[in-house]
Design a protein around this ligand. Structure first.
Ligand SMILES: Cc1cc2nc3c(=O)[nH]c(=O)nc-3n(C[C@H](O)[C@H](O)[C@H](O)COP(=O)(O)OP(=O)(O)OC[C@H]3O[C@@H](n4cnc5c(N)ncnc54)[C@H](O)[C@@H]3O)c2cc1C
Length: 465
């Protein structure tokens, strides 16, 4: 049913970058009375989310400061904020400059987001207000033209529209262990849980499962904290994120239209462009970014599946790159032997009491390789299959058939507007999302440069302006 009147109450579930930015845009743009409930289950993540609630100075943004503005129409907003605090930022061990090309601490970006929200709240029109809540939304029910939300504390809220800004969930457990192993103190299933570092530091060796950006965070964190032990890393294909290249040109003339429709043709075309241009591959990958949603949609389901099967890991390690300083540090850790790279499949974890025996089948080998570690950290990347999540809210919404996974189980089924699509295939007039849950729909939707535009558009859609 289409709502008859503009919303007077909007609830936003999740106060990471996505939820915070929708709230900030609503506060800035609403002219009629409006109450915005911004609800976050973890206090430390309010206006920061998973990525920017880290307290580690050496967890750096993987996007240069010049492209991290919260506002799509004011590209230097974050850079100006950072330059006004250059003295403080330069005190961080991992920061050597505060320029558009610099990779600044994610912790500082969390401070920036907090300020963006505070300023939007202060500048809101009379009658437009923000209610901040630390609580978990455990279920919701669409009742006529309103939505009733139930919170873990027992509180209830009523809203005219709801935004599910649920973001990144903890990774699913890797195969190889049994239930007892996954419950054991030596296994850290949630790499973003607050006590992991404290529990890893006394160990003499650990295994990081997965070789993406979460692995990089952990390797750097341990190194920075003076960890003396050996850090093993295992991944199936042994592909690690590439480094950004200082001084690589920012622009690359690429017409992506000919790459539509088929993965193989698209890949050949991209390689061809790069070869003929004689330029570095990085700007070519970056130039694809604005066109990625169109290319992704043009593939259709079976080619999208092919892409995921054959190219996903390759794409991720070229697309989601490392700040050069971080890449150099990892290389030094590999050289020194502190970081040990294994390429293969995990065949088993055996809990030996004091240690864990890890059994892997190295790629291309017909024999297992075994080694022992004191701890295992799951760095295998955010779980995107909503059917596997243990979130009470997600379970309730799936049970009520108000949401459904997208066909690739990369997130949720959505309309272009961000409206959630229910189990019958109908786009909701009341429930919306943005950011990571839209991965199956847009593919390129998990980072700030994309989400900031989505947040501005969704706020306008919600207000009907
Ligand atoms: C470690 C890491 C580093 C990253 N670094 C960068 C970077 O440098 N640059 C970049 O552009 N992108 C980066 N990203 C991508 C990142 O996904 C986006 O930048 C952005 O932070 C996503 O924000 P979000 O709000 O959608 O998700 P999240 O940050 O995951 O926030 C979602 C929030 O919802 C809350 N929540 C979930 N369910 C409920 C519920 N039922 N009730 C209440 N609250 C709930 C969660 O607690 C969480 O705080 C990084 C991602 C990660 C994981």
């Amino acid at each position: 049913m289409k709502p008859a009147s503009p919303p007077q109450t909007i609830a936003i579930i999740g106060a990471g970058f996505s939820g915070t930015l929708v709230a900030a845009h609503l506060l800035s743009r609403a002219k009629a009375p409006l109450t915005i409930h911004l609800i976050e289950r973890e206090r430390s993540r309010f206006a920061r989310g998973v990525a920017y609630s880290t307290t580690e100075d050496c967890h750096l943004l993987n996007v240069p400061a010049g492209n991290m503005s919260a506002y799509p129409d004011d590209r230097e907003h974050f850079l100006r904020w950072a330059q006004a605090r250059a003295g403080e930022l330069l005190d961080c061990a991992c920061v050597s400059e505060v320029t558009a090309a610099a990779y600044l601490p994610r912790r500082a970006y969390g401070d920036y987001l907090t300020q963006v929200l505070d300023e939007a709240e202060r500048g809101a029109a009379p009658g437009v207000g923000l209610e901040r809540r630390i609580d978990e939304v455990v279920s919701l029910k669409v009742e006529g033209e309103a939505v009733d939300l139930r919170l873990a504390s027992g509180a209830q809220l009523r809203a005219d529209r709801v935004v599910l800004a649920l973001g990144n969930f903890r990774p699913g457990d890797p195969s190889g262990g049994d239930a007892a192993f996954y419950r054991s103190a030596r296994y850290h299933g949630d790499p973003w849980a607050p006590d992991v570092l404290e529990r890893l530091l006394p160990t003499e060796s650990c295994l990081l499962v997965g070789s993406g950006l979460t692995m990089v965070d952990w390797a750097i964190t341990l190194n920075q904290a003076g960890y003396r032990g050996t850090i093993h890393v295992v991944s199936r294909r042994g592909l690690w994120p590439h480094s950004h290249k200082p001084g690589a040109p920012a622009a690359f003339a690429l017409d992506p239209s000919g790459a539509k429709g088929a993965v193989r043709a698209g890949l050949h075309r991209l390689r061809d462009y790069i070869r003929k241009s004689g330029a570095d591959w990085r700007p070519a990958i970056d130039a694809l970014r604005p066109a990625t949603p169109i290319l992704w949609k043009s593939l259709g389901l079976s080619e999208q599946r092919r892409f995921l099967r054959h190219l996903r890991t390759l794409w991720d390690c070229h697309r989601h790159r490392l700040a050069p300083g971080i890449a150099a540090r990892l290389a030094a850790m590999l050289d020194s032997g502190q970081l040990v790279r294994h390429v293969g499949r995990i065949r088993g974890f055996r809990d030996l009491g004091g240690q864990v025996e890890v059994v892997i089948r190295p790629r291309g080998s017909d024999r297992n390789h075994e080694f022992r570690v004191d701890a295992v950290v799951n760095c295998s990347g955010s779980e995107s299959d909503y059917r596997r999540l243990d979130s009470p809210l997600v379970k309730a919404l799936l049970g009520q058939r108000l949401i459904r996974p997208d066909p690739l189980a990369l997130g949720l089924d959505v309309a272009d507007s961000g409206a959630l699509v229910d189990a019958e295939g109908v786009a909701s007039e009341f429930l919306f999302t943005l950011g990571p849950p839209q991965k199956g729909h847009w593919w390129e939707t998990t980072a700030v440069p994309e989400i900031r535009g989505q947040a501005a558009r969704l706020a306008a859609e919600l207000l009907g302006v």
